[in-house]
Design a protein around this ligand. Structure first.
Ligand code: IMP
Ligand code: MG
Length: 178
């Protein structure tokens, strides 16, 4: 892939992200405050920075686990096929689960992962996504907490990649092809 043919324009600053993560964590803490059995499940790899920041603001005891499914490959278009690449290490049967995702785009990934996790019979399952592109939705999904709604733009940073690059940007930017 040629990495010289685009520029990145800041869309959401590191400071805005931090403020939003703090308020999301407050809402999540209020929702699960009575829970002694919460597993926070991060969808790899795009959610790794978000989940790291989010769990440090949660005030109840939590376990952290990760799931990786295939989606985009290295392209900008979502493939509709979803396969498990790395499964959870722990059991979620009877536990409360908070699924943490980077972006809900068409909704196919989230719909599939929610079905998968529900089949394991958690007591409660809620979803928190950092970004939502509602105009791109093809299947409706149930997402309780959303960090930011964004327009139909391809974004990178704060864990999110384009061709595996730019995950380390501290802010979220949109990719502009030259
Ligand atoms: P969906 O199945 O179409 O909802 O796609 C969700 C997945 O596509 C997310 O988990 C992201 O990994 C990826 N994705 C969607 N939009 C973007 C983007 O703008 N930048 C990078 N990855 C994206
Ligand atoms: Mg992803």
């Amino acid at each position: 892939m040629d990495h010289s043919d685009y520029v990145i324009e800041e869309l959401i600053s590191a400071k805005s992200i931090a403020a939003r993560v703090e308020s999301l964590a407050k809402e999540i803490t209020a929702h699960f405050c009575d829970s002694e059995k919460l597993t926070v499940v991060g969808l790899l790899r795009g959610s790794f920075i978000f989940i790291a920041d989010l769990v440090r603001e949660l005030e109840m005891p939590v376990e952290v686990d990760f799931l990786e499914v295939s989606s985009y490959g290295d392209a900008m278009e979502s493939s509709r096929e979803v396969r498990i690449l790395k499964d959870l290490r722990g059991r979620i049967n009877g536990r409360d689960v908070l699924l943490v995702e980077d972006i809900v785009d068409t909704g196919h990934t989230m719909a599939h992962v929610q079905r998968l996790l529900r089949s394991r019979q958690p007591e409660r399952l809620e979803v928190c996504a950092l970004l939502d592109k509602p105009s791109r939705r093809e299947v409706s999904v149930d997402v309780r907490w959303i960090g930011f709604e964004i327009p139909d733009e391809f974004v990178v940073g704060y864990g999110i990649d384009y061709g595996q690059r730019n995950r380390n940007l501290p802010y979220i930017g949109k990719v502009k092809m030259l």
